[in-house]
Design a binder for this molecule. Structure first.
Ligand SMILES: Nc1ncnc2c1ncn2[C@@H]1O[C@H](COP(=O)(O)OP(=O)(O)OP(=O)(O)O)[C@@H](O)[C@H]1O
Ligand SMILES: [Mg+2]
Length: 371
C-alpha cells in the first residue's frame, strides 16, 4: 500500500478563516485544537494553516513535539533556537544575557555558570522566543504539534516560563497548539492550577463529513472510471469511527479490488490492517501486556494501578507470582518505551499509541476477531 498521503487533501476552508478571525480579534492570542489520532490535525496545519499564514504576511513556524517526546522541553528550546539560527547566530548564553533574561524574577543570584540545567533551559527558552519574534515586526505564528507531550514533561516551571514569555510577546506572537490527548491538553490549559490556565482558547477540529466522503467517491471515479455508491462509503466511514486516514486507505483498497464496492475495500483494508499492522503488534505483546492493552482499548474505568486490576491480571494469567501495581507499572513503562502506550499527561493515565491497534484490540475484545 502506497503512502497515506497519495490521495488528495480535502480542504477545511472555513476553519482557517475562523482561526484568522480569532487570532486577530484581540480576544485571544492562543488556540488549542483537539482531535484523536489520525483525524487530520497535522495535515490541516501543514496543508492549510501554515500556507494561509504566509498569505496573511505572518511569519509561521511549525514544531512537532511528538518526535521530541523523550525530552520535550529540550526539544522545544532546540527547535526554537534552530529557527533563530536560520536567520542569525544566537549567541551562546553568557552570564550577562542570563541576568538580563531573569531581570524581573529575582533569581539572578541562583545563576552562576549554568550550574542548574533546568534554569538554563528556561533562560534559553525565553531568549529564543524573544529573538525569534524580534526578527521582524510582522505577526509570528508558532504552531506546536502534539503540545500535550509537554504535560508529561517534568518541569512545571518550564511551562510557566513559556506562558510568561508568550504573554510578554503579545500581541505580535500568536500560538496554535494541537493535541491528541484531550485530557492532557486540558490539564495544561483548563485546570485551575495549571500554568497555562486561561491563556488559550479551545477550538475543536470538526469531523469530516458527507462532503469528504463524496469527494473520495469522486476520486475513485476519476481514477477507475467506475462510480462508487457514496452512501455506502458513508456507512463504511461510520464503521471506522470517521477516521479520514482509514477512509483514504479503504478507497485505495477498493481501487485495487476491481470492484466499486466500498465494503470490498473495507474487508481488504481490515485484512491488511490485521496482517501488517495491528495484528503483528498484538502478537508480539507479552501476556500481561495484552491484558493491559485490552483493558485500555475497552475503556474500562478501573485504574491500571489499582489492587483490583492487579488481582484481575493475576487471576487471568494464573502465574505463580501474583501481580502488584508495581509489576503493572514495570510492564507499562516497558510498553511506553516501545511506543505501544503513551502517557496522557495525567499521573497514572495511559493510552494506546496507535489508533489502529486500539480499534483492532477493541474489536477483539468484542469478539469480532478470533485469534
Ligand atoms: N483533510 C483531509 N483530506 C484528506 N485526507 C486527510 C485529511 N485529513 C486527514 N487525512 C488523512 O488522514 C491521515 C492522517 O492525518 P494527520 O497525520 O494530519 O492526522 P493527525 O491528527 O495529525 O494524526 P496523529 O495523531 O497520528 O499525528 C492523512 O495522512 C490523510 O490520509
Ligand atoms: Mg499529527
Amino acid at each position: 500500500m502506497g503512502s497515506q498521503d497519495s490521495i488528495r487533501y480535502f480542504p477545511r476552508k472555513d476553519l482557517v478563516e475562523t482561526i484568522h478571525g480569532l487570532l486577530t480579534s484581540g480576544l485571544t492570542h492562543a488556540l488549542t485544537m483537539f482531535a484523536g489520532r489520525r483525524m487530520g490535525k497535522t495535515l490541516f496545519v501543514k496543508q492549510e494553516l501554515l500556507p494561509a499564514a504566509e498569505t496573511w504576511r505572518w511569519r509561521a513556524y511549525y514544531i512537532d513535539l511528538w518526535v521530541r517526546r523523550d525530552n520535550p522541553e529540550l526539544g522545544l528550546v532546540e527547535e526554537l533556537e534552530g529557527f533563530v539560527e536560520q536567520k542569525q547566530t544566537l549567541k551562546k548564553p553568557d552570564k550577562l544575557l542570563a541576568k538580563a533574561g531573569y531581570g524581573s524574577t529575582g533569581i539572578q543570584a541562583e545563576w552562576s555558570g549554568a550550574s542548574n540545567p533546568e534554569i538554563d533551559l528556561q533562560g534559553r527558552l525565553k531568549r529564543a522566543m524573544r529573538a525569534l519574534v524580534g526578527q521582524g515586526n510582522e505577526s509570528v505564528l508558532l504552531v506546536v504539534d502534539e503540545f500535550q507531550t509537554l504535560a508529561a514533561g517534568k518541569h512545571e516551571d518550564f511551562v510557566s516560563t513559556f506562558r510568561a514569555t508568550m504573554q510578554e510577546l503579545q500581541p505580535q506572537l500568536k500560538l496554535f497548539f494541537t493535541g491528541s490527548s484531550r485530557d492532557a491538553l486540558n490539564s495544561m490549559f483548563r485546570k485551575r492550577k495549571a500554568p497555562l490556565f486561561e491563556s488559550a482558547m479551545p477550538l475543536p477540529l470538526p469531523e469530516l463529513g458527507a462532503d469528504f466522503v463524496e469527494d473520495r467517491a469522486v476520486i475513485f471515479q476519476e481514477i477507475t472510471g467506475k462510480s462508487m455508491d457514496a452512501a455506502e462509503l458513508g456507512k463504511v466511514f461510520n464503521k471506522i469511527a470517521r477516521v479520514p486516514m482509514y477512509l483514504n486507505q479503504i478507497v485505495l483498497h477498493t481501487m485495487v479490488s476491481l470492484t466499486a464496492d466500498p465494503w470490498e475495500g473495507f474487508s481488504l483494508w481490515r485484512k491488511a490492517l490485521g496482517d501488517q499492522g495491528a495484528h503483528e503488534q498484538w502478537v508480539k505483546l507479552k501476556p500481561v501486556d495484552k491484558v493491559i492493552v485490552g483493558h485500555l482499548a475497552s475503556k474500562q474505568p478501573i485504574s491500571l494501578f489499582s489492587a483490583e486490576f492487579s488481582a484481575k491480571v493475576t487471576k487471568l494469567l494464573g502465574e505463580e507470582k501474583p501481580y502488584s501495581p508495581q509489576r503493572i507499572q514495570t510492564a507499562v513503562n516497558r510498553m511506553v518505551k516501545n511506543m505501544v502506550l503513551a502517557p496522557k499527561g495525567e499521573a497514572g493515565e495511559y493510552e494506546i499509541e496507535d489508533r489502529a491497534l486500539e480499534i483492532y484490540v477493541a474489536a477483539r475484545m468484542q469478539g469480532f476477531l478470533i485469534n
